[in-house]
Design a protein around this ligand. Structure first.
Ligand SMILES: Nc1nc2c(ncn2[C@@H]2O[C@H](COP(=O)(O)OP(=O)(O)O)[C@@H](O)[C@H]2O)c(=O)[nH]1
Ligand SMILES: [Mg+2]
Length: 392
């Protein structure tokens, strides 16, 4: 009796495994997925259910009823397409993240305000003001400029508490650059998708940022394809695949060690074929040497542009890395034409002054800021809101 049950169970398990494999092969072999929002080739490749599920299950006869029935694709699809998350809309995330920004960066503005509000502002005070700015990574030249302007204005204009605050706010805003064009170029022309190339050193937050941007786009009901062109670490590909799965965005990937350029090419081709709005390509951040980096990113870009122009090159920079980060930023900007900066980990650093420093250094605007490890902790950079957060 017992052995009969066991045999039936075995048949059931083998049957199910076969059905799953065949269905998986069929789906992953399909050249051109339908333009459904939930298509994602990557999900199929990572087996969601484990075939080693049946240990000593004695009381699971329901499974034995199914083995001979025909393969219903739904059986496979179900675990492969988990309930999709609804990414947070821009308006609500802005409110939430402003508070977080004030929490991490508020010290800078409040510190400056306290110094400027002293009864007598002597040379020591101005020195302290300079130190405060330098400590927050504002950079030497911008710091001197700001102090100069503050000195003049504080002398000429009134120095009531309200006036001091207004002057400081205006000058900080000028420093941050209220008129820079910070729109993300996520749309293409002539019916082609916009292509966003994301670069930066390892650990800066590239993959996370690609995932977060895709969620912003999904929240805006745009169609997206992601390219996992960091092919050097399998974990990096899996990481991106997970971001895609959560919101039903397709992730184009190749086997570990594939040429990054070929994955980038495939991803953009997929985006063109499926007529999606935006393709975002994640890259590896191996900063072995400048020539190697230039070769690699240069090739990725060239190959992509056989399909569609790259509309945005985002450099991802970890705000906690200070001067080191600035050096990396310089190298990357010499290798590719960076069109926008993403400053990550602003939640974990009081050094928001790097916004000013890096924009000066590269002549390119900060377009997005990362404010946490949560999936929707990324916000468009808004100079006014940033300065208000500084002032607490
Ligand atoms: N606190 C915080 N952590 C972040 C932020 N962005 C990324 N991270 C973390 O930084 C680490 C490296 O990110 P990852 O995207 O893998 O970096 P990559 O190597 O450049 O692709 C991960 O643990 C992320 O969760 C951010 O804005 N705030
Ligand atoms: Mg990565």
């Amino acid at each position: 009796m017992d052995s009969l049950a066991l045999v039936i169970l075995l048949v059931a398990v083998v049957g199910l495994a076969l059905v799953a494999t065949v269905a998986g092969l069929l789906v992953s072999g399909r050249r051109k997925p339908r333009p459904l929002p939930r298509t994602h080739t990557d999900v199929i490749a990572t087996p969601p259910t484990d075939p080693d599920a049946p240990p000593v299950e004695l009381s699971s006869p329901p499974a034995t009823i199914e083995p001979e029935t025909e393969a219903e694709p739904v059986v496979v699809e179900e675990p492969a397409a988990p309930t999709l998350e609804r990414p947070e809309g821009t308006a609500s995330r802005l409110v939430r993240l402003r508070q977080r920004l004030a929490g991490s960066q508020g010290g800078l503005g409040r510190g400056l305000l306290a110094l400027l509000s002293r009864d007598r502002i002597d040379e020591d005070t101005w020195e302290s003001i300079e130190d405060t700015l330098l400590t927050a990574d504002v950079g030497v030249v911008p710091t001197q400029e700001l102090v100069e302007r503050l000195r003049t204005r504080m002398r000429v204009e009134g120095t009531s508490a309200a006036e001091t605050r207004t002057i400081l706010r205006e000058e900080l805003l000028t420093l941050v650059g209220p008129d820079m064009d910070r729109r993300l170029r996520v749309s293409g022309e002539d019916g082609k998708p916009g292509v966003v190339l994301v670069v930066g050193v390892n650990g800066a937050g590239k993959t996370t940022t690609v995932g977060k941007i895709s969620r912003i786009l999904v929240a805006e009901e745009r169609s997206v394809v992601l390219g996992a062109a960091d092919t050097f670490r399998a974990a990096a590909v899996e990481q991106l695949a997970t971001w895609g799965e959560r919101v039903g965005v397709e992730v184009v990937r190749g086997p570990e060690g594939t040429d990054p350029a070929s994955v980038a090419f495939d991803a953009v081709k997929e985006g063109v074929d499926r007529e999606v709005d935006t393709v975002i390509v994640d890259t590896a951040g191996r900063l072995q040497n400048k020539a190697g980096l230039m070769d690699e990113l240069g090739k990725v870009k060239r190959v992509i542009e056989k399909q569609a122009p790259v509309t945005e090159v985002l450099l991802v920079l970890d705000a906690t890395t200070g001067q080191n980060g600035m050096i990396q930023a310089r190298v990357f900007s010499e290798v590719v034409d960076v069109t926008g900066i993403v400053l990550t980990k602003l939640d974990g650093s009081a050094k928001g002054g790097i916004v000013v420093a890096v924009q000066r250094e590269l002549g390119v605007p900060v377009k997005l800021v990362g404010l946490g490890e949560g999936a929707d902790d990324l916000a468009p950079f808004d100079p006014g809101a940033f300065v208000d957060a500084l002032l607490g």
